[in-house]
Design a protein around this ligand. Structure first.
Ligand SMILES: [Zn+2]
Length: 146
């Protein structure tokens, strides 16, 4: 059995996934895994949303309900196309993205040069401690209650 025929379970939601065989190594988002492991397209979509600044702050504040709007999905589809994504917009089941919103991920968000937000900061925005637009400059968000 070649890798492309392998069936694996999504590391987050447990959905059965078929490993793709035509991978764009230059895809900037929603790229097929090189190995038979990883996230399904729905969980990978949420993972992209939570790791991409400033989208992650806006979605943390609004919740996944914002994803039901057709114009938001259109923008997401345009981004996917521009990024050379392996996934296609109509492969994403937005209802499942929404239903599985609170499932934990197998890995935490790591702040980076392109994403200065940590999981704790996003959780504070979700909890209403901050509004995304009113957030202090990156790196100045407190990490503990005082
Ligand atoms: Zn999944």
């Amino acid at each position: 059995m070649s890798t492309a025929d392998a069936i694996v379970l999504c590391e987050r939601c447990g959905a059965r996934c078929k490993v793709g065989d035509k991978r764009n190594p230059d895809a900037k988002m929603l790229r097929l895994s090189r190995e038979p492991k990883g996230l399904c397209v729905n969980c990978a979509t949420h993972d992209w949303l939570r790791n991409t600044y400033p989208v992650n702050m806006q979605v943390a504040e609004s919740g996944p309900g914002i994803l039901v709007h057709p114009h938001i999905r259109k923008i997401f589809g345009d981004l996917m196309q521009a990024a050379g994504a392996d996934a296609k917009l109509d492969e994403i089941n937005w209802n499942l993205v929404n239903e599985n919103w609170d499932l934990p991920f197998p890995h935490k968000i790591k702040p980076s040069a392109t994403n200065p937000c940590s999981q704790e900061q996003l959780d504070e925005i979700t909890a209403g401690k901050y509004k995304a637009i009113d957030c202090p400059p990156v790196g100045e968000l407190p990490t503990e209650e005082t």
